[in-house]
Design a protein around this ligand. Structure first.
Ligand code: ADP
Length: 313
């Protein structure tokens, strides 16, 4: 039997004339926290829905824990949990009643429901809100309740489609701590996110663009991809009081290959051998410049480079 939690071969989805997922190949090992990244509309949700048996592929195949997502849909649904931003909580039901509803929907026996409700409430720490109506919870607590509901039947693989979109930074961190707890227990997590700090917490990553898999691997493997960290160039961060004039000045320099703004810093890719002191002086002629430091590409640098290298269709 395959040891992969998820195995995807040539998986495709076409809506009418439009192909939104193109011949995807991917493997996810058991116990991984796998980050699935890409811009809006690149096909992440569609891929997840195919893996959960909610959308039928138009090509290729995929299996979750060895179960085919088309031919063994019932087994797949039994083995997985699925949580999206629009996870259906019933606002007029209490936390406890929502869990009861999902426990019944998953066909758990009354005794099992009691046990699992207690365990999941404890895991996500929502006990003190047990009698609160779901509609009255904050975004972060709603997502924790949604996670508890998705975990009731003890799935071995969980798909989380932007689980932290729109929740505050503390709630985001708390939710990630929960995900780590699950991973420690051997659960496989397949997560989409737009947050790079969350991507950094994943054991492996895949990047999809316009339905096509651009790259997959650990952060270190992605960094070594051709073009990401070219041997004939160096990358620096440049702090600037006023970022726009610094950006404009950097773009005018002949030895600068690429410039990206990250908050109050620029990431600048320059020809190898350029003295950072010279760059600092050149930029300082235009605006006030802070520290200039040599850096390795961040995940955001990596994905921007991969996207640009790919071009738009
Ligand atoms: P992501 O999750 O990366 O934002 P999606 O998988 O939601 O991307 O969407 C990928 C593309 O597929 C988008 O162009 C979207 O408009 C299209 N799409 C998704 N669902 C449908 C559908 N049911 N019918 C037609 N087009 C769809």
């Amino acid at each position: 039997m395959s040891t992969d939690a998820i195995a995807i071969e040539g998986l495709s989805k076409r809506y009418g004339e439009k192909t939104v997922v193109r011949a995807l190949d991917l493997r996810v090992a058991r116990g991984e926290i796998f980050g699935f990244l890409g811009p809006n509309g690149s096909g992440k949700s569609t891929t997840i829905k195919m893996l959960c048996g909610l959308v039928r592929p138009t090509g290729g195949r995929a299996s979750v824990l060895g179960f085919d997502v088309v031919r063994q849909i019932a087994s797949v649904r039994h083995a997985i949990g699925y949580m999206s931003q629009s996870f259906s909580l019933y606002g007029d039901l209490t936390v406890e009643e929502n869990l009861e509803f999902y426990g019944r929907a998953y066909g758990l026996t009354p005794q099992r429901r009691r046990e699992r409700k207690r365990e999941t409430v404890e895991l996500v720490g929502i006990g003190h809100f047990a009698r609160a109506r779901a509609a009255t919870l904050s975004g972060g607590w709603k997502q924790r309740l949604a996670l508890a509901c998705a975990l009731l039947h003890e799935p071995a693989v969980i798909f989380l489609d932007e689980p932290t979109a729109g929740i505050d930074p503390v709630a985001r961190r708390d939710l990630w701590n929960l995900l780590f707890t699950l991973a420690e227990r051997g659960v496989t997590l397949f997560v989409t996110t737009h947050y790079m700090d969350e991507a950094e917490r994943c054991s492996r990553l895949a990047y999809i663009y316009d339905g096509e898999l651009i790259a997959a691997g650990t952060e270190e493997e992605l960094r070594r991809l051709p073009g990401v960290d070219p041997p004939d160039a160096a990358r620096y961060s440049v702090a600037a009081e006023e970022i726009m004039p610094a950006y404009a000045a950097a773009r005018r320099l002949g030895y600068v290959r690429d410039v990206t703004i990250f908050g109050r810093q620029l990431h600048v890719l320059v020809d190898a051998g350029v003295d950072p002191g010279r760059m600092r002086a050149d930029l300082a002629a235009a605006t006030q410049i802070g520290a200039v430091e040599h850096i390795t590409p961040s995940l955001e640098d990596i994905f921007l480079t991969l996207t640009r290298g790919h071009g738009s269709r």
